[in-house]
Design a binder for this molecule. Structure first.
Ligand code: ZN
Ligand code: FE
Length: 253
């Protein structure tokens, strides 16, 4: 069983994902702010789109939902509480629900904090987590609608997944996240090593993110890497998590 995961660079640093069931050719689009790059990738892949999965309501993850839903005649999933504000919304999900992409099953985790209706999609058999703007490679999303306690709890939930889970997040923010990580934990060798690796990857990047190739993408990481180097996963409790998030908000690398 194979779940093919294509990374589509959208806007200026967003990731849209196209998930294709290797057995049936059915596909899902995760977080789509722009239609055109997605349509091009769908056409090239020969996949048959059957649903759109949104992690949260922010426009940079949902703006193209209505156009894509209409084009492919498919439902748009999001957290049930975002019914009124998530572009193109049709089907509500809650913690513990599952959705399928062909023969592949994702479990829904409710992980509020960045927004109050944020969810993650976890394909356990395939070892893939779609974490939106909650857990980034080397960092975490801003607390727009939640408290440090909520986001800390969300991180604990994700942290419990297997170490080899690949983390597909919503933005290519890894380098600046690790600059911050190295700033607050200057003696941590694993962070410094990861920052060096990420910088090397990002050194020869396309002028336009839309033209990015896999060589310059630092996503996905693995949960093991995040355990070792993500300062928010390394926070001992919600208070420390909150202090680190507040520092990051005002940090100018
Ligand atoms: Zn967001
Ligand atoms: Fe975002």
């Amino acid at each position: 069983m194979t779940l093919r995961i294509e990374r589509i660079p959208t806007l200026s640093d967003n990731y849209t994902y196209l998930l294709i069931c290797g057995e049936t050719g059915e596909a899902a689009i995760v977080d789509a702010p722009e239609a055109e790059p997605v349509i091009r990738r769908v056409d090239a892949s020969g996949a048959r789109v059957t649903k759109i999965l949104s992690t949260h309501h922010h426009p940079d993850h949902t703006m193209a939902n209505p156009e894509l839903a209409k084009r492919y005649c498919v439902p748009v999933y999001g957290h049930v509480s975002d019914r009124e504000r998530l572009a193109g919304f049709s089907d509500g999900l809650e913690e513990g629900d599952s959705v399928t992409v062909g023969r592949h099953l994702a479990r829904v985790l409710f992980i509020p904090g960045h927004t109050r209706g944020h969810i993650a999609y976890v394909f356990e058999q395939d070892g893939a987590l779609f974490s939106g703007d909650t857990m980034f490679a080397g960092g975490c999303g801003r607390l727009f609608e939640g408290t440090p306690e909520m986001m800390f709890a969300a991180f604990q939930k994700l942290a419990a997944l297997p170490d080899d889970t690949r983390v597909y997040c919503g933005h290519e923010y890894t380098e600046s996240n690790l600059v911050f990580a190295a700033h607050i934990e200057p003696d941590h060798v694993a962070i410094r090593d990861r920052l060096a690796r990420v910088r090397a990857k990002r050194a020869h990047r396309a002028a336009d993110w839309h033209d990015a190739t896999p060589e310059e993408m630092t996503v996905p990481s693995t949960l093991a890497e995040e355990h070792a180097t993500n300062p928010f996963l390394r926070a001992a409790d919600a208070a420390e998590f909150g202090r680190r998030r507040a520092l990051k908000d005002s940090f100018r690398g």
